[in-house]
Design a protein around this ligand. Structure first.
Ligand code: MG
Length: 234
């Protein structure tokens, strides 16, 4: 019986996609608009549609739904190609402890792990699959940038999917968000859920510590501590 839902962020938390994560936006923007951005927007903790909206504003291009959708399709095409080439797996990595922690938690049938990420769903799937992490995750019930541009709406989407697809109704306090930015904490709190922040993305654990998450770790390499925090009280 599932009693705990773990919502893992992707970039900076489970994996590092390397240069490719940003490069796919450059290529998709060029494909659709005929020009590349002159500088990159900060992407940490943002949803893919939000990143596209910021690029359009920065480039002085009018935002239309058609344009945003076309660019989002572009980043899917670009990442799928990079994944098929092996470029994604070669240029990125799973972060320390992640594989072991997900494997141990997946063996506990009281715990369900999935993703809450700003990535559009196909790109989230490719990023975790490139490092063999998809086997420990119930990807179907996750929530993605393709579901909503506002990250704060994603936790309830995942909780609703778990209820309808797995028949388990969970209280927000049974839910942990594991992420690497203040935006991950914000989306956890918006849903009344708990939050573990890790210093493996753009923010160090020292920068994240004062924000008031339930826990802050330098990284996920202390697997016993991670498993104990997220499932030790069950
Ligand atoms: Mg992240």
């Amino acid at each position: 019986m599932i009693r705990r839902l773990l919502l893992w962020d992707v970039d900076g938390t489970l994996v590092r996609a390397g240069e490719l994560g940003a490069a796919v936006f450059d290529s998709a923007l060029e494909m659709v608009l005929g020009m590349k951005p002159t500088s990159r927007v900060r992407m940490s903790g943002k949803t893919d549609p939000q990143i596209v909206q910021e690029y359009l504003e920065q480039m002085g291009v009018e935002e239309t739904d058609e344009r945003v959708d076309a660019i989002l399709r572009g980043i899917e095409v670009q990442l799928a190609a990079a994944s098929a080439d092996g470029e994604l797996a070669a240029g990125g990595s799973a972060l320390p402890g992640v594989g072991a922690a997900l494997r141990i938690l997946a063996a506990d049938d009281r715990v369900l792990s999935t993703l809450v990420t700003g990535n559009v769903a196909p790109n989230a799937f490719l990023k975790v699959a490139a490092f063999g992490l998809d086997q420990w995750l119930d990807l179907e019930v996750g929530a993605y940038g393709s579901d909503d541009a506002d990250r704060n709406r994603l936790v309830p989407i995942a909780v609703t999917r778990v209820a309808s697809a797995r028949g388990v109704l969970l209280d927000p306090t049974d839910v942990w968000v594991i992420g690497d930015t203040p935006r991950d904490l914000e989306c956890a709190r918006a849903a009344g859920s708990r939050c573990l922040l890790v210093g493996t993305g753009r923010y160090s654990s020292e920068e994240l510590a004062p924000l008031g998450a339930d826990a802050v770790f330098d990284d996920l390499s202390n697997v016993d501590a991670v498993v104990n925090l997220l499932a030790g009280d069950l």
